[in-house]
Design a protein around this ligand. Structure first.
Ligand code: FRU
Length: 488
């Protein structure tokens, strides 16, 4: 899927314009960032610049499958209304003609600086990943640095192969700059730290973390609530039911960076999100706090919008504000999503065993619920043809399960269809905030101590839902329809 041909921004824009009318909107989310046509994966260069949010992302306009990577671009005033801003970078240089891979942003002197991985192919067909810089004065048009690649494959330790060296997290330190990259050596994945005074010449300064899995991807680093947060994706994790949703999981560690910003000490890795579809998160420090977004559906599994010929694939999750309490990451959906609330229905009821609470809804809605129970409670979303999408809370074991088996179009492929998360604060009460947007389900439990995100492509047009249990349970809360951002 990688080739040597350079591609320009203009070529991509022309393709987009001439293919827009072929996109089938059936499953397109109403308030999540999606591409106008084509495939997206990881969020990149996420930042607040010139009074608005800029979100870039891995983008292949030419099909609903992964291919030679460009950077797509959205802007937003509030993290909910996302406007497509076109293609920001194309694989148009010798050093990135096989792909403009993931990277991050740094704002300095009113300039938006991004560092990304340029991928090229050697004459004998080997993949070469090197780190590059591009700058933008207006946030829309980028100039790639003539000195690129600034961290070359020759700068790698001898035991690190050039085909797994990517996804720089660029940040400023009191004595210059650091970039953390994902790499691997014979022992497994590691995060290498390079340092620089001028963004042009870099030297290896340390290894931030290692020994977690076969390979790592997409490192990110922030300081929140007086603690340091390191986030990365781990490929080939050992099985840990209830703690990692799959062998390819985005994980976090809270702890502290050393004074040289070259090594990290922290808790053992925990999943950022325990759902079926979440990968490559990236956070930005903004006036609204540290905000995280991420790619759904993540790697593995089949993608119905591709299989059905809808000409688009992938979206970014509902952005979340991050906090750290007692070494745990808490995620809260951004406030602006409340602007979309419509037609509130309040519930306060004690339900008898086997008497389901039943309702119906459209494709976009939010539940803000508190449940009290001794027996497990089952929430069945999207009951139409076939199975519903099940969320089960078991107070006795402190487990929360998502099960998509048999619900809507098949997504299984290599990916699991059912996942269970251990709650950190189990008990006989739980708060749940559930957001559904056409093909996404995002669930925040107990003020965001656990988050589970998944895609679902239900069949049919009208859906019923049900909440039920074998025992008595109490349900209190509000349900809302959510409007499309184009209507608000
Ligand atoms: C993660 C990832 C990154 C890479 C990008 C390529 O999903 O594999 O490591 O930069 O996607 O699209």
């Amino acid at each position: 899927m990688l080739d040597q041909r350079k591609r320009t921004i203009q070529e991509a824009e022309t393709y987009i314009q001439t293919h827009l009318s072929l996109v089938n909107p059936e499953y397109r989310p109403a308030f999540h960032a999606v591409a106008p046509v084509g495939w997206i994966n990881d969020p990149n260069g996420f930042c607040w610049f010139h009074g608005q949010y800029h979100l870039f992302g891995q983008y292949h306009p030419y099909s609903a499958k992964w291919g030679p990577m460009h950077w797509g671009h959205w802007v937003s005033p509030d993290l909910i209304h996302w406007e497509w801003a076109g293609v920001a970078m194309a694989p148009d240089q010798e050093y990135d003609q096989a792909g403009v891979f993931s990277g991050t942003a740094l704002i300095e002197n009113d300039v938006l600086i991004v560092m990304y991985t340029g991928v090229s192919l050697s004459p004998d067909g080997r993949l070469i990943q090197q780190q590059c810089i591009a700058r933008s004065k207006d946030g829309y048009h980028f100039e790639k640095d003539p000195r690129n690649p600034v961290i070359r494959s020759e700068d790698l330790p001898a035991d690190v192969p050039a085909d797994d060296f990517r996804d720089p997290k660029l940040f400023r330190t009191p004595d210059g700059y650091r970039a953390i990259m994902a790499a691997r050596n014979a022992a497994g994945g590691e995060l290498l730290v390079y340092s620089s005074q001028d963004l042009a010449s870099w030297k290896l300064a340390g290894t931030c973390t290692e020994g977690i899995s076969r390979m790592l991807e997409c490192p990110d680093y922030h300081r929140i609530d007086g603690k340091d947060l390191l986030v990365f994706c781990a490929i080939g994790l050992p099985e840990a039911p209830g703690h990692f949703p799959s062998p390819h999981t985005a994980v976090y560690m809270t702890g502290s960076m050393n004074d040289q910003y070259t090594a990290f000490q922290g808790i053992s890795p925990e999943a950022v999100d325990m759902g079926l579809n979440f990968y490559a998160p990236q956070a930005a420090d903004t006036p609204d706090g540290c905000i995280l977004t991420s790619w759904m559906p993540g790697p593995g599994g089949t993608i119905p919008t591709d299989d059905l010929g809808h000409q688009w694939a992938g979206c970014m999750v509902l952005p979340r504000q991050l906090h750290i309490r007692e070494d745990r990451l808490y995620q809260k959906p951004v406030e602006a999503v409340r602007k979309l609330r419509r037609n509130k229905i309040s519930i306060h009821q004690v339900m008898e065993p086997d008497q389901p609470f039943i309702g119906s809804h459209g494709k976009c809605f939010e539940w803000e619920l508190k449940l009290k129970a001794d027996h497990s409670v089952r929430m069945e979303l999207f009951r139409s043809e076939g199975n519903g999408f099940l969320v089960t809370w078991d107070p006795a074991s402190g487990m929360l399960t998502m099960d998509r088996n048999g619900c809507g179009h098949d997504m299984s492929g290599k990916a699991p269809e059912r996942v269970t998360a251990h709650l950190f604060t189990p008990g006989n009460a739980i708060t749940l905030n559930i957001f559904v947007d056409t093909c996404t389900v995002e669930l925040f439990a107990n003020e965001g101590e656990r988050v589970m995100s998944a895609n679902v492509y239900p069949k049919g047009n009208t859906y019923t839902w049900a909440i039920l249990s074998d025992g008595q349970f109490e349900i209190t809360g509000d349900c809302y329809e959510l409007a499309a951002t184009t209507e608000v």
